[in-house]
Ligand binder design. Structure first.
Ligand code: FAD
Length: 301
């Protein structure tokens, strides 16, 4: 029997594994894609204390090595269902079924889609959700970044170093990004800002050729080779709806103690109701969740 089952090997899940193993518990981490979660797509993490300038991928590899060195088991299978009976959590994956005394959900969040015609059709053929992953395909070409938050601003800056021309399209008239990121974009002549603009559709033949916008009621078509969609996060917690309470946006309801709505159940990182979603807060949640899971196990024999 697993003491702590952890769904997701992002910073929250891997930190939970490190704390769980240091408490001497049998820890099993389930990861359906790449260890590191969203960190894998982050060119540089500048706000995680003590690491200096480090890429997200490097930080992910360090965390992975640390949790494996401490003896955590990594199961590289996506979790498809979870249930609880008499205090035992049953975890179903692509590959099998597992039982655990406690469960930490640390499955993060996914990038939100625009939901406009052409987005699905040209996904992987010009439509991308990750500038760091796909930006180099558009070296010397034109790219449109859609969004006005931190990720959109970072991605527009990143692409401006690669592409011949970058447009930043945002539906509001001001960027939501933190001040230093927003001013970098606003002062970058290589990035043309199209504010107060809604995306109508993404146009192409075999791949993306243009994006159609509604700018204050006027239609405008911008020729482009790529559209990078950076419009925020979306939790994917449907499979947990029977065991955990979700808020209206779909996040798992859990406070700073990471305790979810059922005994032995915890939510850590971007997946839970929280004001800040960052690497450091995810890691902090992982530590808190594993410590409270350990306490729960000790109290319940
Ligand atoms: C482009 C970008 C730049 C960023 N820059 C920074 C930055 O500079 N500084 C900073 O602090 N933060 C940054 N962030 C935010 C930060 O990366 C996240 O807040 C953090 O990674 C959240 O950690 P997490 O462990 O909660 O979730 P995630 O990192 O999302 O990890 C969750 C993991 O769970 C896995 N998973 C999901 N569902 C399942 C399932 N059913 N079965 C098995 N595995 C599953 C996923 O594959 C993933 O690996 C950035 C994010 C992005 C996207």
């Amino acid at each position: 029997m697993i003491d702590i089952a952890i769904i997701g090997a992002g910073p929250a899940g891997m930190t939970a594994a490190i704390y769980g193993r240091r408490a001497g518990l049998n820890v099993c981490v389930f990861e359906g894609e790449l260890c590191g979660g969203q960190m894998v797509y982050t060119p540089e993490i500048e706000n995680y204390p003590g690491t200096g300038k480090l890429s997200g991928a490097e930080l992910a590899l360090n965390m992975r090595a640390q949790m494996l060195d401490l003896g955590a088991t990594l199961v590289e299978e996506k979790v498809t269902a979870v249930s609880e009976t008499d205090g035992i959590y049953r975890i179903t994956t692509w590959g099998g079924e597992y039982e655990a005394r406690t469960l930490i959900i640390a499955n993060g969040a996914k990038r939100r889609k625009l939901g406009v015609p052409g987005e699905e059709k040209y996904s992987g053929r010009g439509v991308s959700y990750c500038a760091v992953c796909d930006g180099s395909l558009y070296r010397g070409k034109t790219a449109v970044v859609v969004g006005g938050g931190n990720t959109a601003a970072e991605d527009a800056e990143y692409l401006a170093n690669i592409c011949a021309k970058v447009y930043l399209v945002h539906r509001r008239t001001e960027l939501r990004a933190e001040k230093h990121l927003a001013s970098a974009v606003l002062n970058n002549d290589k990035i043309e800002k199209i504010l107060g603009a809604a995306v109508v559709s993404i146009i192409g033949d075999k791949k993306v050729t243009a994006i159609e916008l509604d700018v204050g009621g006027e239609r405008r078509t911008v020729d482009t080779d790529a559209v990078f969609v950076c419009v925020g996060l979306q939790p994917e917690n449907g499979i947990f709806a029977d065991v955990a309470e979700l808020d209206a946006a779909g996040y798992i309801v859990a406070g700073a103690d990471c305790k979810a709505s059922r005994k032995g159940l915890f939510a850590a990182g971007d997946t839970r109701t929280t004001a800040l979603r960052q690497v450091i807060t995810a890691a902090s949640d992982g530590a808190v969740a594993a410590t409270n899971a350990d306490r729960y196990i000790k109290e319940n024999g």
